[in-house]
Design a protein around this ligand. Structure first.
Ligand code: ZN
Length: 372
């Protein structure tokens, strides 16, 4: 008997959760819409929305357009239910987003602000974030929380930024950062955040590897809404897999790591978009760099695919800007592939701007959704 009771509560929670997600996603809906879409009886759907209204999560907004017969009540997420902020910290910039519960970016901004250890930096970031939220017309009370993306190993058990080579940070407690912000803070690794943005908003993608090709190379395994973390929160750190024995020096101190061959810096010290512009014009220097770059990238992508047998999404600055040049990588991977499939499992990321900040904010939304 005991276990049946628990199951009933779980079923109710699951239904309530699905109804709330449905309303968030679809904007203005009616009880009959919910009943039909989620295969719930009309009385059950009505009971759940009544409960959500009582909890201040949903509100009535007049009536739906007439489709014959009695007009149904229009239901929407209550205006007072907040939005989520996302912050991506990189070596030289911060990116900020405000995201609605339906998962769409309301506003995005990127600011030049070099990372510096110490309170001054975080005070500055917090002030810039507050200005940003104000410019969105969103007060502090309208923010559910902030997702903060860091370029480093995030130990989610010990709650520390275990290691960020790029920022020169080791064992930085999350609390040493969150104390500057007047919101609940959630921390996430940058490649994980990029993968999360990609996965959450592409319903067809169950499982894939996200290869982040920015000034450093990282990666993440996304699996049906979850991110694989590994035993040491280093799952997907392919930037430090060896592609050339005793090859080029990597910033990590080892030799021959993928990062030394496939970071965005291997293509240009400037803007990656400009590099691809010159490549498109047939500049020989760019063509030679791209040929070398894609040779190593193809080794990595083929190896990743052999281990995981899933789609590989190319993200980061390079993945976002390569456009039709992805064909070059697909061709080289096809040549390597033992099983002679086509290389359509390789594709460029869909979220080109602010993917990490968006992914960080989406995690905040997901945490909020789970407790409804
Ligand atoms: Zn390395």
């Amino acid at each position: 008997m005991e276990s049946k009771k628990i199951t009933n509560i779980e079923v109710k929670k699951k239904n309530r959760n699905e109804v709330f997600r449905y309303i968030c996603k679809n904007g203005m809906v009616s009880n009959p819409d919910i009943s039909y879409a989620l295969k719930l009886s009309l009385p059950t759907a009505t009971q759940i929305t009544k409960e959500l209204i009582e909890r201040g999560l949903v509100e009535e907004k007049g009536e739906m357009g007439s489709t014959g017969g009695r007009r149904a009540k229009a239901l929407a997420v209550h205006e007072k239910v907040g939005k989520a902020a996302g912050l991506d910290i990189t070596k030289n910039h911060i990116s900020m987003v405000l995201t609605g519960l339906e998962g769409k970016i309301i506003k995005y901004e990127r600011i030049f602000l070099p990372y510096a250890a110490g309170d001054g930096y975080y005070l500055d970031v917090c002030q810039k974030l507050e200005c940003f939220l104000e410019s969105c017309g969103c007060g502090k009370e309208g923010v559910l929380g902030i997702g903060i993306s860091f370029p480093g190993i995030m130990d989610l058990e010990e709650k520390v930024v275990a290691d960020s080579h790029v920022l020169g940070v080791r064992d930085l407690p999350f609390s040493a950062v969150s104390r500057f912000f007047p919101f609940p803070c959630h921390f996430i690794n940058d490649a994980n955040a990029g993968a999360y943005a990609e996965g959450r908003q592409t319903e067809s993608m169950g499982r894939f590897f996200y290869l982040s090709l920015s000034n450093t190379v990282g990666g993440a395994v996304y699996d049906n809404g979850r991110l694989e973390q590994g035993h040491n929160f280093r799952c997907g750190e392919v930037g430090h897999m060896t592609v050339v024995p005793d090859g080029e020096a990597c910033y990590c101190g080892k030799k021959g790591c993928l990062d030394a061959y496939c970071s965005a810096k291997c293509l240009t010290e400037g803007r990656v978009e400009d590099f691809f512009g010159r490549l498109a014009q047939g500049e020989p220097e760019e063509a030679s760099l791209w040929d070398q770059y894609t040779t190593y990238l193809a080794i990595a992508v083929n190896n990743i695919h052999m281990v995981l047998d899933c789609d590989v999404v190319l993200g980061g600055y390079v993945g976002s800007s390569m456009g039709a040049f992805i064909q070059d990588i697909q061709d080289k991977v096809s040549e390597r592939n033992t099983f002679a499939e086509d290389a359509s499992f390789i594709r460029a990321c869909r979220h080109k701007t602010g993917a990490a900040a968006l992914g960080a904010s989406l995690q905040v939304i997901e945490m909020f959704m789970e407790q409804v």
